[in-house]
Design a binder for this molecule. Structure first.
Ligand SMILES: Cc1cc2nc3c(=O)[nH]c(=O)nc-3n(C[C@H](O)[C@H](O)[C@H](O)COP(=O)(O)OP(=O)(O)OC[C@H]3O[C@@H](n4cnc5c(N)ncnc54)[C@H](O)[C@@H]3O)c2cc1C
Length: 394
């Protein structure tokens, strides 16, 4: 490890690694990525791999559609097959109210030029005949959405970044950040100290702890999410599918496994990464209600991951007031995998040019002071805190 880097990125997940790769393309800066465990050990190696840009708000659509465009050529760009598969992404409506929401969302998506279409119940059932008709009233189909392999994406970014001289240090934890006259001057790690004027907080679920090292409070909650994977099955799910009704998301891998996750009511207690019986029972019940054919199928794997979320569920991106040289690429919640190509590219643009790109401007930390929250009603997450926050504002 050198004694000085131009940029130190804390966190070797998809966001930190995508940023490192995009910074290194410019050839101007010496960049280090510090990861307290192995790369991809956080949510980046534990997620549901789903990719879409069919959201409801201008801000989310702009940011994530930029990402979706980058996914198209990511394997070629990184010279590593990330197995991005454009199967199409279906947001399933299960009630007439949910279909009503879809009608509102599609208007905004069309206005912004997305390749999405509202489909009626019979078309949904023709596309995915295995679905329980009881839970189908229609949906939004995004033809260019899909999924990619999460481990492959982590490795692809890490290899491409290393080729461009980024130095990646696994098992190196940041334990302190030095500030001189309001500006970052260095980081302290379990392997020694580094001088730097720029630190990027890409610490995923632990972004709040890292920010506290510079005296900054981030409005974050840590959430545990869990996933299950079945034994390989004959193809029955041709699209990536999310269901606001069960707050779940799922796809079938190229090997035939059904892989899905759903938010568990009452929230899982935060107790590390151990998966729970409560979650597996809850998710199995929900998935079988959507796909009765899954009853009796064997589960092969189950795992948990942690993410941090803001009150409006949007990420925290860009500079912060008061601490010069401390930047955020944090709180990506349940969407940081699909957002990683754009997240890294746009944050790199900010560091290289000093100008905040328009796609990430609305996601500044200041929105929690000004009250300019970004409410996106198409997110497949519990809205508890959003509601609490809205009430407080009123
Ligand atoms: C079960 C589950 C399903 C999901 N499904 C999807 C999905 O389908 N699509 C989607 O887009 N997103 C999904 N997500 C969310 C997505 O995985 C995350 O938003 C994304 O991985 C965040 O990436 P990151 O790089 O910001 O964080 P992480 O991958 O969590 O990386 C942060 C890293 O920082 C390291 N770190 C923390 N503190 C320190 C420190 N002090 N020093 C050094 N290193 C430190 C951690 O060890 C970690 O490796 C899901 C998440 C989970 C858990």
């Amino acid at each position: 490890m050198r004694s000085h880097y131009d940029v130190v990125i804390v966190g070797g997940g998809v966001q930190g690694l995508s940023l490192a790769y995009n910074l290194a393309r410019s050839d101007l800066l010496r960049v280090a990525v510090l990861e307290k465990s192995y790369i991809g050990s956080g949510a980046s190696g534990r997620n549901g791999e789903m990719i879409r840009s069919a959201f409801a708000s201008l801000e989310w659509i702009r940011l994530f559609d930029k990402s979706l465009q980058l996914w198209e050529s990511l394997s070629a760009e990184l010279d590593f097959n990330v197995m991005f598969t454009r199967t199409g992404y279906l947001v399933l409506a299960s009630t007439h109210d949910e279909l009503g929401e879809c009608r509102i969302h599609i208007e905004r998506q069309k206005e912004l030029g997305l390749d999405t279409r509202l489909i009626e119940a019979d078309e949904v059932l023709r596309l995915v005949p295995a679905l329980n008709p009881r839970w189908v009233t229609g949906g939004i189909l995004q033809l260019n959405g899909g999924s990619a392999r999460h481990d492959a994406v982590v490795w692809a970014y890490a290899r491409a970044a290393r080729r461009l001289s980024v130095e990646i240090f696994p098992h190196t934890e940041v334990i302190g950040i030095d500030i001189k006259s309001g500006s970052v001057s260095g980081v302290r790690t379990t392997k020694g100290n580094i001088e730097t004027q720029t630190v990027v907080n890409a610490a995923g679920a632990f972004a709040g702890q890292l920010a506290a090292m510079v005296g900054l409070h981030l409005p974050l909650e840590i959430y545990r999410l869990e996933m299950i994977v079945t034994e390989p099955l004959k193809p029955f799910l041709p699209v990536a599918l999310s269901s606001p009704h069960i707050m779940g998301y799922m796809h079938q891998t190229t090997r035939g496994e059904f892989a899905g996750g759903a938010e568990v009511e009452g929230r899982l207690p935060f107790s590390g990464l151990k998966s729970t019986r409560m979650a597996v029972q809850n998710m199995a019940r929900k998935f079988i209600s959507l796909f009765p054919g899954l009853g009796g199928v064997n589960l092969m794997r189950q795992w948990a991951g942690v993410v941090s979320k803001t009150p409006d569920r949007g990420p925290l991106l860009g500079r912060v007031d008061k601490v010069e040289g401390f930047l955020l690429s944090a709180a990506w919640g349940g969407y940081g995998f699909m957002g990683s190509p754009a997240g890294g590219k746009l944050m790199a643009e900010l560091i290289l040019t000093g100008e905040t790109p328009k796609h990430i401007q609305p996601f500044n930390l200041n929105r929690f002071k000004t009250g300019k929250l970004i409410v996106d009603s198409s997110l497949v997450v519990s809205t508890e805190s959003i509601e609490k926050n809205e009430k407080n504002r009123r």
